[in-house]
Design a protein around this ligand. Sequence first.
Ligand code: NDP
Length: 487
Amino acid sequence: MGFVGKFLICCVHFAVRGWDFAVWASTIKGSNGKEMQRKGKIVHPIAEKAYEDVLRRNPAEPEFHQAMEEFLGSIGPVLEKHPEYYDHALLERLVEPERQIIFRVPWIDDAGKCVVNRGYRVEFNSALGPYKGGLRFHHTVNRNIIKFLGFEQIFKNALTGQGIGGGKGGSDFDPHGKSDNEVMRFCQAFMAELYRHIGQFTDVPAGDIGVGGREIGYLFGQYKRLTNRFEAGVLTGKGLGWGGSLARTEATGYGTVMFANSMLARRGESMDGQTVAISGSGNVAIYAAEYAQKLGAKVVTVSDSSGWVFDEDGIDVALLKQVKEVDRARISVYAQRKSGAVFTAGARPWSVPVTVALPCATQNELDDTDALALIRGGVKCVAEGANMPSTPAAIEHFQNAGVLFAPGKAANAGGVATSALEMEQNASRCRWSFDETAAKLERIMKDIHDGCAATAAEYGEDGNYVMGANILGFTRVADAMIAQGFI
Ligand code: NDP
């Protein structure tokens, strides 16, 4: 479209809704059934149109809408500054997954009964490289959840600068309470369909909630059996003896803390001496706690879906690993084994006064009431280890109160970044030491932090990491999509 065409489009927008951003208020219902209030979300007219199309074409997908709204609400300034992004049906293509695969997963339980679960893989965007993103096994998994995670993954992966596209998958299968043999049979049945769609140059899954080293092992074994290929780069998060990377297990949690440390450094502070609340007690939470304590902070909470633990003396990470990784027990067992630690059932850990909060469990686990409690308690930095754990209203409170806030797509990118380092080692058939890999992770997290901060400042929103992450990720993906034509 030429200059005159663009000028006419601008005039139409000016006449209809004003040159400035449109403002609307909306209320949506999350898949947990809770109302999530929105107010004053500012969206560029072109982005608003894209959002309206998403709502119309993807009904009843609240988390997907939420991820879209956060993203489309952030990129107004770049659309205004670079009208070339109006062309090429760019937003229309960006919000539509390239491919969505849904399949039946029949498997036999220990009682000999056939159980049927549903499997998903959403291959969202391959502009920057093969689709890359984890598999989630949890009873709450549905297409909406996988699409929101896949969409976030596109920009997270772009921020790493490592040439990986965005995808996500999973199943409503829940490994909790299943025997090892049941988990193995489920993983084999899941891979019996998934193997057709993945490959080291096509789509490279990894772990997420409910998918750790055990599940990746079973999935890889089945892929190898079906294809008769030891294609190490087809999955990441592998065991260290057969293609896995040192530091991958630690990477998401460590990276989140590195990001928080960089944010604090801009204000002349560091993690040293901070008091930290962490939610979750899985892979991300455990290694966030470990690294925060390595940097001199005191972590006083962890949680799971049954409740949370307060340990005033600081979480004993060795005990936490024993309870969650070895015994696969509930978090209340930590409090039973550690004197002075207190377990509270059916609640979340955000009421404790802390200076740093790291939500590391799941989406929408920190709402506006939690945010206000954290602000009253003196929080100055929040970095999301989980994907989209803070509701939009919570983010608004943090930003209005001047709290440093890092969205998951930036703060938890260390996991996928180290997965890409694993792919690099698989391709070159070499193996790096823990320190070498961790140093690369640290460099990548610093670059992501600095890139987000510089982009936010460039667009007049210094300190707004949500805007910085979305705009930086968007421009990288958008430029590649434009270069590759209408596909
Ligand atoms: P894990 O399965 O290892 O741990 C998940 C933790 O979150 C568990 O403690 C679990 O408790 C808790 N949890 C799950 N659902 C809920 C809920 N509805 N309410 C309260 N607690 C809940 O997963 P990860 O640690 O790998 O993932 C955690 C988050 O980090 C997810 O949002 C994931 O998408 C994100 N992430 C993970 C990466 C990785 O490398 N693993 C990379 C980037 C992001 P319970 O056992 O009781 O269910």
